[in-house]
Design a protein around this ligand. Structure first.
Ligand code: CP
Ligand code: NVA
Length: 316
């Protein structure tokens, strides 16, 4: 693992290794044990879109690891004035030890990784959100004990979250049902890739348009905003298209008795789910948000620490 651009890049053992390291780091924080594994290292964080969780969890996580994180809003760096992604990557590679980027076009993240010489972490693109999905899987494992054979149902927009859930769940052997209105299905190439992964891990992929059928037997129900960052102009049209796709208590009651509710946040009560669901006892959304920090610390340790070890070995 050199970069984290998509969950599909990770092997099952790598995901298990990340989860073990996350457990260790999380316990150490809870027990007040310091772990300055990235002392002297700097993470550059490029943001072309808004963020609460990603920014704060990466910045705090880097600090807890003894490193330093730089918030680089695209409004303030030359990337926002037309400097190329490639020149940005080459320049930052001379200063920092890793880059986290949140942007629109997934190909920009690929180009950054290609042109630079340091690890790149995808902090969300229009296509994918791998850090979120690793935190989600880790949270489901915490709540349910294991992942293999469990069923996750995602209801709503076939967006970056749905795409990454398809790749993450099928990698670890979870069944996934995605339920969207017609025209809002996930990326067709990603559905194909997920089906290939599902054949290897022995799991199932279903793409449906009926929420009642979709939640049958679900261990976890997940939803996300109906208008992602970049979709603002379509908001009114989308609110109409997604009528009937709200996660309600009635819908939750049709899944398994011990079903949990997940949402990457930010959430819009009264749209993709009712307040009763997200603020109710089955909701684990703030555990998910907390776990973003723990899993990202493990990702940074794996990428930035191992990259500097490899560089040292190649210089010797
Ligand atoms: N879930 C998530 O990525 O949240 P932010 O947009 O607040 O970073
Ligand atoms: N799908 C949402 C996720 C936010 C974390 C968006 O892209 O805006």
């Amino acid at each position: 693992m050199r970069h984290l651009l998509t969950v599909a890049d990770l092997g099952v053992e790598e995901i298990e290794g990340l989860f073990d390291l996350t457990d260790k780091l999380k316990r150490e924080v809870e027990d007040g044990i310091k772990h300055p594994i990235l002392a002297g290292k700097t993470l550059g964080m490029i943001f072309q879109k808004s963020s609460t969780r990603t920014r704060v969890s990466f910045e705090t996580g880097t600090f807890q690891l003894g490193g330093h994180a730089l918030f680089l809003s695209s409004n303030d760096i030359q990337l926002g004035r037309g400097e190329t992604v490639s020149d940005t990557a080459k320049t930052l590679s001379r200063y920092v030890d890793g880059i986290m980027i949140r942007t629109y076009d997934h190909s920009d993240v690929e180009e950054l990784a290609e042109a630079g010489s340091i690890p790149v972490i995808n902090g969300l693109t229009d296509l994918l959100h791998p850090c979120q999905i690793l935190a989600d899987l880790y949270t489901i494992q915490e709540k349910k004990g294991n992942l293999k054979g469990k069923k996750l149902t995602y209801i709503g927009d076939g967006n970056n979250i749905a795409n990454s859930l398809l790749l993450g769940t099928t990698k670890v052997g979870m069944d996934i049902t995605i339920c969207t209105p017609a025209g809002y299905e996930p990326d067709s190439e990603i559905i194909k890739e997920a089906k290939t992964q599902a054949e290897m891990s022995g799991s199932q992929v279903e793409i449906l348009d009926d929420p009642v059928v979709a939640v049958e037997g679900a261990d976890a129900i997940y939803t996300d905003t109906w208008a992602s960052m970049g979709d603002e102009a379509e908001k009114a049209e989308r609110l109409k298209a997604f009528e009937g796709f709200q996660v309600t208590t009635e819908l939750m009651n049709k899944a398994k008795d011990d079903v949990i509710f997940l949402h990457c946040l930010p959430a819009y009560r009264g749209q993709e789910m009712t307040a009763e669901v997200i603020d109710g006892p089955q909701s684990v959304v703030f555990d998910e948000a907390e776990n973003r920090m723990h899993i990202q610390k493990a990702i940074m340790v794996k990428l930035m620490e191992e990259n500097s070890q490899n560089m040292q070995e190649s210089n010797e």
